[in-house]
Design a protein around this ligand. Structure first.
Ligand code: GUN
Length: 284
C-alpha cells in the first residue's frame, strides 16, 4: 500500500511549533522575526506564492513586509530596495520572488542580498556553505523535502536517489543534501538521454522538471519513494504536478500529492530560516 506524504499537515505542525518559538523570542529578546518579500510584475503563479507566504508569516507571528513592483522597474531601483532591507534591523529574511522580468539579471540581484538575510539560500556564499558541508541558509524546497524524509522515517543511507531537473532552486541543492545523508545521487535533466532508464533505477525519485504529468509509471520502480515538486496548470487551469499521480501511486511506496505535498513545506522552511536568522541576530 502506498503512503501519501501529507506536506500540508507536516507544514502546519511545524508552523505551529514555530509560532511558539516566535513568542519566546519576543518575550526573551523583544524581537519579532521579519520577512521581506519582493515581487516584480504580475506573474499569476508568483502572486499566489507571495500571498501564501505573507499569510503564513503573519499566522506564525512574523512581521511580514511585501513590496509589489511594476514589471517596468529598472535593475538599479530594485537593488536600492534590497539595500534598504539589508540595512533594516527589523528584517531578518529577504526573498526576491523568481522569475524576474527578462530585462533584470537575476544573478546580479541575488548578489545584492546580504547573505545573512538570504533566506532562499541562493547567494553564492550560501551555495558555497552548502557544498562545503557547512550549510547555513539552504534553498527552501529541498530543505522541506529533507524534513519530509525525516518525519516519515525514510532512510536515505546507501539509497540511489535520482533527481530530474538541475535548477539552482531545487535540483542542485537537493543533490548535495542527499549526498550529506549518504545517498548515491544521479542528477538528470531535460537533455538526459534514456531518462526513464535512469529514473527506473531510483529508490528515491525527485521530480522538478516543470512539465505536467511528465513522469508516468514506466519511470518508476516498484516500491520507490516519489517526490513531486511540479506546479503546472492543465488545460482546465487545474493545478497538477510533474508526476501522473494516479498511475504512479500504484507502484510507489511513498508519494507526495500536488497540491498539499512539497509546496507547504517550502513555505515552512522559509519561515524556519527567517526565525533562525532572527535568533542569530541576537545571539552573536
Ligand atoms: N520561485 C519558485 N520557487 C521559488 C523559491 O523558492 N524562491 C524564490 N525566491 N522564487 C521562487
Amino acid at each position: 500500500m502506498v503512503t501519501i506524504i501529507d506536506g500540508k499537515a507536516l507544514g502546519q505542525k511545524m508552523q505551529g511549533k514555530l509560532a511558539k518559538k516566535v513568542k519566546d523570542l519576543k518575550r526573551e529578546f523583544g524581537i519579532v522575526p521579519g520577512l521581506a518579500v519582493i515581487l516584480v510584475g504580475d506573474n499569476p503563479a508568483s502572486q499566489v506564492y507571495v500571498r501564501n507566504k505573507e499569510k503564513s508569516a503573519i499566522a506564525a507571528g512574523f512581521k511580514s513586509e511585501t513590496v509589489r513592483l511594476s514589471e517596468s522597474i529598472c535593475q538599479e531601483e530594485l537593488i536600492a530596495i534590497i539595500h534598504q532591507f539589508n540595512q533594516d534591523e527589523s528584517i531578518h529574511g529577504i526573498l526576491v520572488q523568481l522569475p524576474l522580468p527578462s530585462h533584470i539579471n537575476d544573478k546580479k540581484i541575488i548578489l545584492e542580498i546580504d547573505p545573512k538575510k538570504d533566506v532562499d539560500g541562493f547567494h553564492p556564499m550560501n551555495t558555497g556553505h552548502l557544498w562545503s558541508g557547512r550549510p547555513l541558509m539552504v534553498p527552501c524546497t529541498p530543505a522541506g523535502i529533507m524534513e519530509m524524509f525525516s518525519d516519515y522515517g525514510i532512510d536515505l543511507e546507501g539509497k540511489h536517489a535520482v533527481i530530474i531537473g538541475r535548477s539552482n532552486i531545487v535540483g542542485k541543492p537537493m543533490a548535495q543534501l542527499l549526498l550529506d545523508k549518504n545517498a548515491t545521487v544521479t542528477l538528470t535533466h531535460s537533455r538526459t538521454r534514456h531518462l526513464a532508464e535512469f529514473a527506473r533505477q531510483a529508490d528515491i525519485l525527485i521530480v522538478a522538471i516543470g512539465q505536467g504529468h511528465f513522469v508516468t509509471e514506466e519511470f518508476v520502480k516498484e516500491g520507490a519513494v516519489v517526490i513531486d515538486v511540479g506546479m503546472n496548470r492543465d488545460d482546465n487551469g487545474k493545478l497538477i504536478g510533474d508526476v501522473a499521480f494516479e498511475q504512479v501511486s500504484q507502484k510507489a511506496s511513498y508519494i507526495t500529492p500536488v497540491p498539499g505535498g512539497v509546496g507547504p513545506m517550502t513555505i515552512t522552511m522559509l519561515l524556519e530560516q527567517t526565525y533562525q536568522s532572527a535568533l542569530r541576530s541576537v545571539s552573536k
